[in-house]
Write a protein that binds this ligand. Structure first.
Ligand code: ADP
Ligand code: MG
Length: 707
């Protein structure tokens, strides 16, 4: 295990070192058994933290939480309160109590609650999540101690994305342990989901980005003709990293190490100016916090290096977008990876059982999993021929397919040691990444010892899809436990045979979710339709799943979300979809009126006077062809803009958010696309000196010009 020296975090290791023994034990109990932290312990912990933080020149602390906006929020308080004494000398009092550590009360009214607040109370509370290390953010304005917290309402309803994640882990552990015990792992006490979230991003020169109102307002380009070179040479992926970017990456890694985020690999991605950063996996709740921190650090350090980091899923048309592959697995309390084929038949049987349970989870809840990654940005990736399709399917690789097929066709019944070995299960350890054929078109792929949920968007808070995945698997474990119990009751069958039988049944039931072919192809879309898999191409389609009580019942059953929490999340997501697209639409109209039209006008005036000045009839004739094209394009822009603005006005007149969402997805998106395409054509007809927006070629390739 790699140990990284981190200087700016306070986690379990530091607690053990700094806390009195009994306080540390009480804290461990809290973590292991989910018990409430006793007040005295909280005081002891607060005091240890304070001492550590003050030594690190911390002046403020904040409760760091994850409201449903998908980002993070901070509620700051002075760590050291400065009081005037009688003699008007300044006296510094260090004040940081156990209750300040454990609970805060930010005003919840400025965070989305999806209607839950009107039925409950306006107050919101934050509470420390002791399983996630505290960290210090160092900035020129001062150092701030950040306390990772959950955020909930007066009646305990979750107002954030961390609470459901913690609940899902609880449920996963409970149901998983039951299942594992039945498989023969009698002493298992806890299991944990693990996550390594590979983060893709773009880096654009800050001075160029500042000249693009669309990037400033929406994080992506709403206009822009393709540059002559895009990614067709495929020369960017694993190519050499421009030195300016390398310096940026070094600083990002340094900052992240200090914050305890274990980043490991870095390389260029497929598109020009696109890069990726991969962390070493951790427990999913910590990893989710760390990914949020990573996104913040990327943005902050980029600015320092004169660049803007774009985390949007589709900053540029015509070249690849950005995703965040969620490498997910489950580990037991011995640290064994349950999706790692082992060295003994028992371990491999367990592996197959957990694999089957995961298959069943994805099969049963593909629609909600799809909904968990739905966002306007991700709509540009999923379904386009560059990223996993919007149809959720599972890729296992040829060797596992073979094994499952053998089990299914009954080539193995007895599950004796020899049979398991004959089946190939005894040799599963040879499935490494070199053996799994890497199917990049699969949204959910097995990669040797973990699943990679690839359809997650680059700007997503991974706590959301991870909560849903954990809940789905927890619920599947529960089903598997019940079924295995039934199978075990059957006379004369050994445990191993019963497990094989369960795996066989599940293989048959979930066959339709397995797909090894090209996920981008039209054939797959047709085939998926035949198989009855959910095809949810857009965010509105996907979000509607959340209104289907039957589809979301497993979230209620696993205590991950209550029915009203689900409803509130649906409303928040609908509203965010509408608002995000509305901002894009208004920005597009503004860009066209403020930049495109004036540029084309200038070109028209110049071209006209040039035309008038031409004497030669032959030249006039060919010049006229150009002029006609320019005029036609100008008129296309005006006509399309008129239609577009009419739609927009109509949508602004609608009262119900769902109606707006419907109008947007059925009409306005297409109308905006059409408008864009004529503007992009205009860009190719107008002189550079009249075109005031930085072009794709500058934005995408300027980094390669740095020494
Ligand atoms: P590859 O490069 O073939 O995709 P890596 O071993 O580099 O595979 O892993 C890719 C990502 O998957 C990394 O972020 C890594 O930490 C993560 N990962 C590896 N093992 C696990 C696991 N058991 N659980 C969760 N994530 C994992
Ligand atoms: Mg990857």
């Amino acid at each position: 295990m790699l140990t990284i020296k981190t200087s700016s975090t306070f986690g379990l290791a530091q607690m053990r070192e700094k806390l009195p023994k009994d306080a540390y034990q009480a804290l461990l109990q809290t973590l292991e058994k989910g018990k409430k932290l006793p007040r005295e312990t909280a005081e002891a912990v607060a005091s240890a933290i304070k001492e550590w933080a003050v030594a690190k020149n911390v002046t403020h602390f904040c409760h760091w939480f994850q409201p449903m906006t998908g980002l993070t929020a901070e509620k700051h308080d002075a760590f050291i309160s400065i009081q005037h004494s009688y003699h008007s000398e300044l006296r510094v009092i260090e004040r940081f109590t156990g209750s300040q550590l454990i609970q805060g009360e930010p005003d919840a009214s400025s965070f989305p609650s999806g209607g839950m607040r009107s039925t409950f109370e306006a107050r919101g509370y934050t509470a420390w999540d002791p399983s996630s290390p505290l960290f210090i953010i160092e900035e020129e304005s001062g150092n701030t101690l950040c306390i990772p917290t959950v955020f909930f309402g007066y009646h305990g309803q979750a107002l954030d994305n961390k609470t459901p994640l913690l609940r899902s882990l609880e449920s996963l552990s409970q149901e998983g342990c039951e299942f594992l015990k039945l498989l023969g792992d009698v002493d298992v006490k806890r299991i944990q989901a693990t996550l390594g979230a590979e983060q893709e991003y773009f880096l654009i020169d800050k001075n160029l980005a500042a000249l693009r109102p669309d990037i400033i307002m929406t994080g992506r380009t709403l206009l822009g003709a393709s540059s002559t070179r895009g990614q067709q040479l495929e020369d960017h992926y694993f190519g050499s990293i421009p030195s300016r970017v390398k310096k940026f990456m070094q600083e990002v890694e340094f900052e992240l190490y200090k914050l305890g985020v274990p980043v490991k690999t870095r390389h260029n991605e497929v598109a020009p100016s696109q890069f990726e950063l991969a962390p070493i996996f951790e427990d999913v709740n910590i990893s989710a916090d760390h990914n949020l921190l990573t996104m913040e650090v990327l943005k902050r350090i980029a600015l320092k290096h004169g660049m803007v980091c774009l985390l949007h899923e589709k900053p540029f048309a015509g070249i690849n977008g950005s995703g965040k592959h969620n490498n997910w697995s489950i580990a037991n309390d011995k640290g064994e990876n349950l999706l790692e084929p082992g060295t003994t038949p028992h371990q491999n049987l367990r592996f197959l059982a957990v694999l089957a349970a995961t298959l069943k989870a994805v099969y049963k809840h593909a629609d909600v999993l799809r909904a968990s990654i739905a966002s306007p940005g991700n709509d540009h990736r999923l379904g386009a021929n560059e990223a996993p399709p919007a149809i959720i399917s599972v890729f296992l690789g040829s060797m596992l397919e073979q094994i499952l097929n053998n089990i299914e066709t009954g080539k193995v019944n007895k599950a004796t040691q020899q049979q398991i070995i004959d089946l190939g299960v005894g040799q599963i350890p040879t499935i490494s990444k070199d053996y799994t054929d890497r199917n990049r078109t699969s949204p959910f792929a097995f990669t040797g010892n973990k699943f990679e949920f690839r359809a997650v968007g680059s700007s997503t808070n991974v706590a959301v899809p991870m909560s849903i995945l954990n809940a789905a698997v927890a619920s599947s474990f529960k089903e598997c436990t019940a079924r295995l119990q039934e199978l075990l009751k059957k006379k004369g069958s050994s445990r191993d045979e019963a497990v094989i039988e369960l795996v066989r049944e599940i293989c048959k039931e979930t066959k339709s979710i397995r797909f090894e072919g090209n996920g981008y192809s039209q054939e797959w879309r047709d085939e998926a339709k035949k198989r009855g898999l959910p095809i949810l191409n857009t965010t509105p389609d996907a979000l509607r799943v959340l209104t289907n009580k039957k589809a979301t019942q497993f979230l209620v059953d696993t205590n991950v979300l209550s029915p009203e929490e689900i409803e509130s999340r649906y409303h928040i997501n609908v509203e965010r979809y509408v608002k995000t697209l509305d901002i894009e639409f208004m920005t597009l109209a503004e860009l066209i009126k403020g930049y495109v039209i004036p540029s084309v006008e200038k070109q028209l005036i110049q071209s006209h006077s040039a035309y008038e000045a031409i004497k030669s009839a032959a030249l006039k004739k060919s010049w006229k062809v150009r002029l006609d094209e320019l005029e036609k394009t100008f008129s296309d822009i005006l006509k399309n803009l008129e239609v577009f603005e009419k739609h927009l006005k109509k949508s602004h007149g609608l009262e119900i958010e769902e109606d707006k969402m419907q109008l947007i997805v059925t009409q306005i998106v297409a109308s905006a696309e059409k408008l864009r395409s004529v503007c992009d054509h205009a860009e190719t007809l107008v002189a550079d000196e009249f075109w005031n927006l930085p072009k794709y070629r500058e934005m995408l390739f300027s980094n390669t010009l740095t020494s």
